[in-house]
Design a protein around this ligand. Structure first.
Ligand code: SF4
Ligand code: SF4
Length: 108
């Protein structure tokens, strides 16, 4: 989930508005893993959202525990400013985004 409020992008007429999507945040428990973050960055993420083994975000099934709302309708990241690097890197309309949206039956 990359787009900040009021910053949707589009491709071939399809609107990629993260706040009415959330598909990449509810795609795989392997998705919101920590990677290039430094300790200071990780320490700021509330522990209630962090996996027990500290490897990434805690997920409930395939859904990141920091995601609120209903996928494909209205969603929000509870730690938007602190979200992991992989979440920054998922660009609306990019390959990862399209894969996640397809899995949820959302237009691509
Ligand atoms: S799947 Fe794409 S449009 Fe949906 S929240 Fe993720 S980056 Fe945004
Ligand atoms: S931390 Fe936020 S942006 Fe990243 S997967 Fe979880 S809800 Fe989505």
């Amino acid at each position: 989930m990359v787009a900040a409020e009021g910053f949707p992008s589009s491709r071939e007429g399809v609107l990629f508005d993260c706040q009415s999507c959330g598909a990449c945040c509810s795609y795989s428990a392997e998705w919101p893993r920590f990677s290039t973050e430094d300790d200071e960055q990780l320490d700021r993420i509330p522990q209630k959202y962090v996996a027990a083994n500290q490897s990434g975000m805690r997920c409930e099934g395939v859904r990141c525990s920091a995601l609120s709302g209903e996928v494909g309708k209205h969603t929000a990241c509870g730690i938007y400013e602190l979200r992991p690097d992989v979440c920054h890197a998922c660009m609306p309309g990019g390959d990862d985004c399209l894969m996640a949206r397809k899995a949820h039956g959302l237009p691509v």
